[in-house]
Design a protein around this ligand. Sequence first.
Ligand SMILES: Cc1cc2nc3c(=O)[nH]c(=O)nc-3n(C[C@H](O)[C@H](O)[C@H](O)COP(=O)(O)O)c2cc1C
Length: 359
Amino acid sequence: MYSLIRPLLFALDAERSHDLTLGLLRAPGTTPVLHRLYGAHVPELPVEVMGLRLPNPLGLAAGLDKDARAVGPLAAMGFGFLELGTVTPRPQPGNPRPRLFRLARRQAIINRMGFNSAGLDTFLANLARGPRPAILGINLGKNKDTPAEQAADDYLSGLRAVYAHADYVTINVSSPNTPGLRALQDEAALAALLAVLKTEQLVLAEQHGRYVPIALKIAPDLADEAIDAIARLLLSHRLDAVIATNTTISRPGLETEPLARESGGLSGAPLRARSTHVIRRLHATLDGRIPIIGAGGVFCAADAWEKLMAGAELIQIYSALIFHGPGIVRRIVAGLADKMRATGATTLAAAVSQARRSG
Ligand SMILES: Cc1cc2nc3c(=O)[nH]c(=O)nc-3n(C[C@H](O)[C@H](O)[C@H](O)COP(=O)(O)O)c2cc1C
């Protein structure tokens, strides 16, 4: 099915094709068709992470549905969870176009969208309009014109606004396209941010009678010592999860690609090894005490397994969905289920820990 429309979509400018696809997804009657064609064929592979029970470990990464416009149809593709956003407190247009580039031969994307966001009010109105057919993460960012010293206020207002509507919340300090954002990963700044978020999370949990986990999403462009420092902060502030990784500002192996000169964050196949390295490095310190959600260049079950072996418990994809369409969800989840059966284990978690021990 996707192989029929892909040539049309790829003939268009990347962002027009993205807008068109979201429009098509939201057309009346699409959700049951997507479920019949795709979601219904995804095998059950339940996992429990962050206190949540997920039907399978493969999620949609943030950035595809920034404004919660297509939750029903995306859930119907069979994802175990969806991460919506990044949403900023106030609406903002993002960077001027063109800001999205496909490097099709390399199965890669460069984007410098810059948090184009309809803002929290519209995001929540969109979410309220539809059903809640999946586990939902909501990814929070800061507005471009919010000064760095007030960044925490943007995350706090986001956390308060989405708390009642999220299964987990992601704090995005790793987009390369908002000036100064990634400096929030520096040890002192991150310690201060995590402290205020943790305090607010506990207040909100009391108010709502429900504890909503918080994940931190980090960049792949961190030195090993910085990854170690982040892991220690996650432990000392008792964060609930870490997502590794966002897009990279490096251009591994892309010297001969003219489009690689475009500024922005690179995702897809060339990011895979680097993001797996970050996962492995985090895992060395976290040692299973805080779950890792792995993202970056996953295109098949073997790629997902590589990240599970490095220490991830859940996987997210974005670029693979663009290049291969919704059938990729079944292929990856079914491949992981096969790997689980091959080990003789009855849960994915048991298969992974068995394979990690013997690997
Ligand atoms: C066009 C595009 C937009 C993205 N927007 C966001 C975003 O708003 N927030 C975020 O946390 N990550 C964003 N990402 C990063 C993805 O969530 C993911 O971390 C990254 O693409 C690596 O996964 P992949 O190689 O499977 O694409 C975006 C990625 C792409 C390609």
